[in-house]
Design a protein around this ligand. Structure first.
Ligand code: NAP
Ligand code: MG
Length: 498
């Protein structure tokens, strides 16, 4: 069984007292790796290292071009080992090898974007201000915030690490990354890659520990300047509360219950398959999944018929098999949560059109069949709460305004889509959706160059794009006064009289 250590101050090391935890393979329900399990004290050591690297180290003072070079070295390392780390992540998380292989290549490309952006960041720019009463030149300086605590979930372990590390490094910060307890291994593989680059020691630290201990230390430590979480809305609330003690900068990427609207002129072949991809990709364990599907009343039966037919060939099975469309969920607990929601849906009057249980042909592993609910009302629990499993809720609508109103009737606002042959009409609908990303005739296709994040209780701040990198900067206004004599100063009359 492979052993993993935590990474602090440029060194791989054991956790305090030699504590370890097994990582479970969700497909076999067996331990597959042993991982050092960090305590609060280990986390404090990591924070102290990041603090030293920021306050005294070369990294925050390095040129943007040099930072870009190092980010590209990390991307090179990830590309070179992508197949191997994809397998690690499939063992760790149950994500199909199809998905994890793609994630590695995408992660490397995203790192290259953060490298490319580094020298382009507006770190010093002149701004225009009204020249009355004083004459002045005005500049904005953007600087790294400092030490960042970064807490990530288990659904896209490597990509989530890249989304956090990439922008933080691009802007010159140092950091402590805490992977989810269930999926530490690919982030620790990334640490091995980072260790081989020219990144100064202490800039990136990776500690695997519990949310309660390690995560909360990152939120409360006075040595941490910013905390960034991707996780559930519930943990987001807790993180925001804890961070308030030291007024840390906070960005949160949280849950979703995204609306996917098929208009009556959509190409149904494409819209149906796209909607299944929007919901069932990675067993529905994607935060911006299109879990509420709004269909026009008059096309309801036809669309449901097609959805069911196209779900039948989606093979559920061994995630290491390239033929598997769906693997297991992350844990037994998550499987029970999803099955509990399916029961709740039935109790509240929704009907299962296909799926709804554990697959009969798999005796081991945390699998759940792709499940489609019909006769769903937008007010039902299954349409309001995030299930985070392969459960699609089909909801009828009469008019487009009706669909938009229901789409927006949610505490969340993360993703969403509109399907139509008329892209202008679809754009009018997209503009009215209160959500961070809307795809037209597409789903899940995030671009690293476009901001991603949530409205409402789906989060605070953005990742990706220039906006995402600037979330890792402080802004300073520098006023250079152009009035060179005392009597001409705006304050002279105010304080001393004319
Ligand atoms: P989670 O339970 O909220 O956990 C996320 C991370 O927070 C984990 O590393 C967890 O550590 C840590 N954590 C737990 N309690 C904490 C605390 N009290 N203080 C500080 N950190 C704490 O979420 P999850 O179940 O892993 O992931 C699924 C959720 O993430 C879903 O709601 C999904 O929508 C959301 N998500 C959002 C996005 C997005 O971009 N908006 C992307 C992916 C996922 P432990 O693992 O040790 O518990
Ligand atoms: Mg695991």
């Amino acid at each position: 069984m492979p052993d993993y250590q935590i990474y602090i101050d440029g060194q791989f090391c054991d956790a305090e007292g030699g504590k370890t935890a097994d990582s479970i393979n969700p497909a076999t329900e067996e331990p597959w790796a042993r991982v050092a399990r960090a305590s609060r004290k280990d986390t404090q050591r990591a924070i102290a290292a990041a603090r030293r690297a920021f306050d005294d180290g070369p990294w925050p003072r390095m040129s943007q071009a040099d930072r870009a070079k190092i980010l590209n070295q990390i991307a090179d390392g990830l590309e070179a080992r992508s197949q191997e780390i994809a397998a690690v992540e499939t063992h760790d998380s149950g994500g199909t090898i199809r998905k994890t292989s793609g994630d590695m290549m995408m992660g490397a490309a995203q790192l290259r974007y953060f490298a490319e952006m580094a020298p382009k960041l507006p770190l010093w720019e002149e701004i225009q201000v009204p020249q009355f009463p004083a004459q002045s030149k005005n500049y904005l300086q953007r600087e790294p915030i400092g030490v960042c605590g970064q807490i990530i979930p288990w659904n896209f372990p490597l990509m989530m690490a890249v989304w956090k590390i990439g922008p933080a490094l691009s802007a010159g910060n140092t950091l402590v990354l805490k992977p989810a307890s269930d999926t530490p291994c690919s982030a620790l593989e990334l640490a091995k890659i980072i260790d081989q680059t020219d990144l100064p020691k202490g800039v990136v630290n990776v500690v695997h520990g519990s949310g309660a201990e390690c995560g909360e230390e990152l939120c409360t430590s006075p040595l941490v300047d910013k905390v960034a979480l991707t996780g559930s809305t519930e943990v987001g609330r807790r993180v925001q509360q804890l961070a308030s003690g030291t007024i840390k900068k906070v960005t949160l990427e949280l849950g979703g219950k995204s609306a996917n609207i098929i208009l009556d002129d959509a190409d149904l072949e494409m819209a149906v398959d796209g909607s299944l991809f929007g919901c069932f990709f990675h067993q529905g364990q994607a935060c911006e999944s299109g879990t509420r599907l709004f269909v026009p009343d008059k096309l309801h039966d036809e669309i449901v018929g097609r959805l069911v037919e196209r779900t039948k060939p989606l093979t559920v099975g061994d995630p290491m098999d390239f033929a598997s469309c769906q693997g297991p969920l992350i844990s037994a607990r998550q499987r029970e949560t999803v099955l509990g929601y399916i029961k709740k849906g039935v109790d509240e009057g929704a009907k299962v059109a296909i799926g709804g249980k554990r697959p009969e042909h798999l005796s081991k592993g945390y699998y759940v069949e792709p499940t489609i609910f019909v006769d769903v009302k937008n007010s039902m629990t299954v349409a309001q709460e995030e299930i985070f499993g392969p459960v699609l809720c089909v909801i009828r609508y009469k008019t487009i305004d009706d669909a938009i109103r229901m789409a927006n009737d949610s505490i969340y606002g993360l993703g969403g889509a509109v399907w139509s042959r008329d892209k202008e009409k679809a754009t009018v609908v997209a503009k009215q959706m209160r959500t961070g990303t809307v795809w037209i005739n597409e789903y899940h296709l995030l671009s690293v160059a476009a901001p991603f994040g949530g409205y409402k209780q789906s989060g605070i701040g953005r990742e990706f794009g220039l906006e995402g990198i600037l979330e890792y900067t402080e802004v300073k206004h520098v006023h250079v006064d152009q009035v060179d004599n005392r009597a001409g100063k705006f304050w002279y009359g105010a304080l001393f009289g004319a």
